[in-house]
Design a protein around this ligand. Structure first.
Ligand SMILES: Cc1cc2nc3c(=O)[nH]c(=O)nc-3n(C[C@H](O)[C@H](O)[C@H](O)COP(=O)(O)OP(=O)(O)OC[C@H]3O[C@@H](n4cnc5c(N)ncnc54)[C@H](O)[C@@H]3O)c2cc1C
Length: 379
């Protein structure tokens, strides 16, 4: 059974790791990604705020040596889900099983004025470039704004506001600055009222202004104001934006999407096409767009493929995920949340602590160990 895995992000890496570990040399896996390495979402914020350097957070795919796995660095140009065949710059590939794990692409140009007058910090390049902008920032009005829904890692804009506060305090610039956070959600983390209350209290303590239930529709580059969906205008000296998210173009053109994302069976991650699965941010499975959910979905697909080969019992997706939230000053909180179709999501919150900072570090290092077989210190 040849398994063709498109995308070596959270989902793709977990899937090939599980399959290779279970099947060894019996595995026949081709993993395709256009990038040369993987960067955790949280590492983007660490680079942006000068906690680490770009070279330390990119995990190169050339280190991905696993039994039964062949990595191909190439751009996928077309996907035929009926024939489970893709065209890439390195030629065509076909699988008995196809797994689409291509994530969500970001489109800063879709928001008027964002490229000309603002900074997006959600792509790897954008976050790394924001590091230079921040290091020469002399203080002023900073607006952190979300431009559309859905967006990856809903806590990340809140974390950015808290980390920015510490960054400006450390440089003696906080007194000369204002921080405003514009979010489409009614609460920072809707499934967890306790986490939301802790974040709102942290914003209030630090003088961060919170603007819920609205979006940034565009920036007026000349007047340097952000225009919100509710018509309000917010002047800024620095705008840090979460850009519009959409499926990669190659996925949009494959005909697999409904309302912009790939629909899947919420228990099995099967698409409408025979032997084609999709996991993670590229789907409309109903969980937030975050790596922990992509990873767990990939693990369920791995269980099903292993079961097909008579080596296990299979499993159904349970919608569970653990999310670490940076509060700054070496304190991290945790939310454990379950999203199940037809049920209200519920979350369990653990207060910020130094112990959870260590847990978060282990979250990163344990994955690098499993996926890339090497040691990494995330802090
Ligand atoms: C600032 C920030 C902080 C975050 N913090 C967290 C966190 O703390 N915890 C968490 O769980 N999540 C976090 N996330 C979210 C997380 O990064 C994503 O949700 C996760 O990476 C999605 O996994 P995925 O496997 O679905 O897709 P991705 O990891 O995005 O992988 C998709 C892969 O497909 C490849 N690809 C796309 N198009 C093509 C093509 N045409 N040809 C070839 N290859 C292609 C890409 O190069 C990429 O490697 C954060 C995100 C951001 C932006």
């Amino acid at each position: 059974m040849r398994v063709l895995v498109l995308g070596a992000g959270f989902g793709g890496l977990e899937l090939i790791t599980r399959l290779s570990a279970e099947l060894g040399d019996d595995a026949d896996i081709v993993l395709i990604d256009k990038a040369d390495g993987f960067v955790f979402g949280f590492s983007k914020l660490d680079v942006m705020f000068g906690r680490t350097v770009p070279g330390a957070v990119r995990h190169l795919y050339r280190d991905l040596v696993k039994p039964g796995v062949r990595f191909v660095q190439s751009t996928i140009r077309s996907i035929d889900p009926v024939r489970r065949r893709v065209e890439t710059d390195a030629g065509p590939f076909q699988g008995d099983v196809l797994v689409v794990a291509l994530g969500a692409d970001l489109d800063p140009a879709a928001t008027p004025g964002l490229v000309a007058a603002g900074r997006e910090f959600y792509t790897v390049d954008g976050a790394f470039a924001a590091r230079d902008v921040l290091s020469s920032f002399a203080g002023g009005r900073v607006v952190i704004g979300v431009t559309s829904t859905p967006f990856k890692c809903p806590p990340a804009p809140s974390e950015t506001a808290l980390m920015l506060h510490d960054f400006l305090v450390d440089r003696g610039l906080r007194g000369a600055s204002e921080i405003s956070l514009v979010m489409p959600l009614g609460a920072p983390i809707p499934p967890s009222p306790a986490a939301s209350a802790a974040l709102l209290a942290a914003f209030a303590e630090r003088g961060i202004t919170w603007h819920p239930e609205t979006l940034v529709r565009g920036l007026d580059a000349e007047r340097r104001v952000a225009v919100l969906a509710d018509g309000q205008e917010m002047p800024f000296d620095l705008f840090l934006g979460v850009p519009v998210h959409r499926v990669p173009e190659v996925v949009a053109e494959s005909g697999m999407c409904v309302d912009g994302w790939i629909p899947v069976d919420p228990l099995t991650l099967e698409t409408a096409y025979q032997d084609v699965y999709a996991v993670g941010d590229v789907t409309s499975v109903g969980t937030p767009k975050a790596g922990v959910f992509s990873e767990r979905q990939a693990s369920v697909v791995a269980d099903q493929l292993i079961a097909r080969l008579g080596r296990g019992a299979g499993a159904a997706y349970d919608g569970k995920g653990i999310c670490y939230i940076e509060f700054g000053r070496d304190r991290v909180a945790r939310v454990e949340v379950t999203f199940l179709a037809g049920q209200r999501p519920n979350g369990q919150f653990d207060e910020p602590s130094g112990r959870l900072l260590a847990d978060k570090a282990e979250f990163g290092t344990s994955r690098v160990r499993r996926w890339f077989n090497r040691d990494w210190r995330s802090y």
